[in-house]
Each structure stands twice: as structure tokens, then as C-alpha cells.
Design a protein around this ligand. Sequence first.
Ligand code: ZN
Length: 364
Amino acid sequence: MTIAEITKHLETFAPVDFQEIYDNAGLLVGDNAVECTGVITCLDATESVIDEAIATKSNLVVAHHPIIFKGLKKITGKNYVERLILKAIKNDIAVYAIHTNLDNIKKGVNSKIAERLGLQNLQILQPKENILKKLITFTPVDKAEEVRKALFAAGGGKLGKYSECSFNTEGIGTFKAEEGADPFVGDIGKRHEEKELKIEVIFPGYIEQDIIRAMIESHPYEEVAYDIISLGNYHSDVGSGLIGELPEPINEEEFLAKLKDSFSIKVIKHTLLSGKIVKKVAVCGGSGAFLIPIAMANKADVFISSDIKYHEFFDAENLLLADIGHYESEQFTIDLLYEILREKYPNFAVRKTGVNTNPVKYYL
Ligand SMILES: [Zn+2]
């Protein structure tokens, strides 16, 4: 199995198109045509993780954070990023990052945080817009089912918990086949009227090429008429943060104690306790301060995230804001990546890093 096959599977789970515009997810170092000898999952591809990869004969490191984030002009080993790249290349180890694309899906980074707290009725806190598109095409009435089937098989027509969604209206199509054409119906040089169905199907933009291919291959016409329209709709399964409910409401102190315990954390920075009961919990692994207003608008009782600045604690009015640390909030992502690969390749050498890569230490 090549490295490309493994990363393709990761991208089926968390499509690279779902990453944020500033991000740099994907294969960062290495040749993806090479046979994979083993995988290590981690949050940060540090030099110690590369050493671990060498020791365990694993030639693919799958990290959450991209070690290369901006342009590099020299690779001479002057800092930890350059040293890591040199070491990875010298030892034929590929480094792959699955970052905000894994943050932005419902079963991604935040699902692990929610799972630890036993949250129910989960929804994306800030759904993403402009990632859905619509295909409209026109087929002879008796060929419509074939085209619809092909579009659904290619991933079209999925809407929340529903699949095979389409809208169909009957009408009359006209066309005149010119000299040299080979029309499915009608004669050369004569305008033809055909009873057609207009099929409308929604799909995520990143599968556009698959959708067009499926339509053309299943459609009987020589020239297929179709429209692709970009939609401003929100995608309910893609976006930032998650919000859900505790099975049983508890008080704020009980909640913080539960949080501390279930994440094995030493310290939680939080806003003033107001004596309210906690039921609705919003979460965002990593730097999630941008979601404070969204958590408030959604009437969350608590918002768990990290990297929150002094003034942002003031902003969180009537919200118990809990900063548990960046590494701590994302620590279960290592398990998530391991599980995604283990499920697909049960007999393959996949391991979780044994290195704690948290650069933040606490003096207690
Ligand atoms: Zn992070």
C-alpha cells in the first residue's frame, strides 16, 4: 500500500477542501508513491516523533498541525522546522498534516471532546457557507432514473440525514442537430422537441468533477446541457466547533471538576462562576476564541476552548468560558487519527505517538 492510498483515505474522511484558507493541510514532506511501512499519528510532527518513526520503521507521520505553515526560503537546519524537514527527508519519512479540514467536520477533532463529556444532540456551532453547489441537467423522461442513480452514486443529493434528494420537473427541450452530429433522438437539420425532465441535485463543491463525469457517462445525449450553481447555503455537517447537551444538568463546579478529570488536566482558566446550571456545552479544540460570540448567541452555558486572551474573557458575558490549553483540548485527536486508519486497515502497522509534544509546561 502506498502513502498516497493512506492519505487518500484520510481525505475521504476529512476532504482537504474543507480546510481554512490560511491553512496548509496535505502531504508536506515526502514521496506519496512510496510503499508505506507504518504510520504514526500525532498532534505535532516534532523531531522526537521523527526519531520514533525511525525507531519503529514507520515512514509516514500523520500530524494534526502542519509543521510547514508559511514559505521556507532555506532549509539549513537553523530552527526546529528546518531540522525536522532535513531529518524526515534524510530518513525517507513522509510528513502529512490533517488540520482545519479535521476541525471542520462533525466527526472530527471536536467530536472527541464531545465524546469525553458525553454530549448529546451535537450540532456544528458555526456551519460553513459557500461549499455547496447545485447541478441542473435535462434528460429524456425515460432516461432520468439512470442519470439520477449515477449522480447519487457519485455523492450528489445528500442533505443532512437524507440521501438521494433531487427535484424533478417536466418540460420540453428543443434542439437541432447540425451536420456532423450524431443525435440520440431527432434528425439532422430539423428542430426536435423532446419531453425532458429537469433534474436538480445538490453536492459539496469538492466532488464537482466526479459529479460532472457521472452525469456525462450516464446521459444519453451527445452534448449534455447542464448548469452548475454555487450556493450560499450553510452545510450543517461542516464548520467550526460543536454544541451539544449534557445528559444531566450539573452545576458549574461539578462541570469543571468533570472536565479536569476527563481531560487529565492540571489547570483550567475560566470566567467567574455565576451559580447557574450547566446543560448546553459548546466546544472548539485549539484556538477557538473567534467562536465566543457564536457560543453566546446559541445560548451555550459553557464554552471549552484554548488560547483565549485576557480581553476575550471579558467578552464572554453570561458564559462560563473554560480555557483548558491547546494541546489538552486536542489531545484525543491522536486517538481519532489512529481509529480512522485502524478501522480501514485493521492489519496495518498504525501506532499512536508515545511522545507528549506539548511545548507548554506548568509550574505548580
Ligand atoms: Zn491545534
